[in-house]
Design a protein around this ligand. Structure first.
Ligand code: FE
Length: 189
């Protein structure tokens, strides 16, 4: 399958298929599966009355762990990248930056929050502290200032908090299919 064969008519089916087939896998050392985690993140965004772009971003924020599911050309875009960059790279052909930028920044957002908010740092799960160290630790002042230059950095910070909270075993959520209409509304023309 070539990347060109993905289009605005089939991208949502394609993403739903990844949720179905791969989403049951465990979420890196946490108590929930990958799809439960992304669905919980989306549910928290809705509960907070977030705009649809940010609900979509929350739902898809870890799709970059599955870039191997995407056609080969999209792997070129995502290869050697971290999951946040890979995810936004494969989605940006179909969704606006209001969706892809919070996804791209959601790991940096953790490094940002750890730099500016001690309470946030103290509440991280053990697995999340581990990955923080791999990701470069808390931001320094220059990085904090640069982060605030991004158009959707505030959305990225909100997504980050739902990402951290969306890891509770046994929570009932809606399904991927329930979000299809919202995702369709978010597609680029
Ligand atoms: Fe996540």
């Amino acid at each position: 399958m070539a990347f060109e064969s993905l289009n605005r008519d089939n991208i949502i089916d394609f993403l739903g298929d990844i949720f179905d087939r791969r989403g049951g896998e465990s979420y890196m050392g946490e108590d929930v599966s990958m799809s439960e985690h992304m669905l919980q993140s989306a549910a928290l965004a809705e509960k907070a009355d977030a705009p649809e772009s940010l609900v979509a971003a929350s739902l898809l924020h870890d799709i970059g762990h599955y870039t191997s599911e995407f056609p080969e050309e999209s792997l070129e875009m995502g290869r050697d990248n971290y999951h946040e960059t890979a995810g936004s790279a494969v989605l940006e052909a179909f969704f606006p930056t209001s969706v892809t930028e919070p996804i791209e920044l959601h790991v940096a957002a953790k490094r940002y929050l750890c730099a500016v908010n001690q309470d946030y740092f103290d509440r991280l799960s053990p697995a999340s502290v581990n990955s923080l160290n791999v990701q470069g630790g808390p931001m320094d002042e220059t990085e904090v200032a640069a982060f605030r230059e991004h158009e959707f950095y505030r959305d990225a910070l909100r997504l980050r908090v739902w990402d951290d909270e969306g890891k509770v075993a046994g929570v009932e959520t809606r399904t991927f299919d329930d979000y299809r209409p919202l995702l369709r509304r978010m597609l680029k023309p």
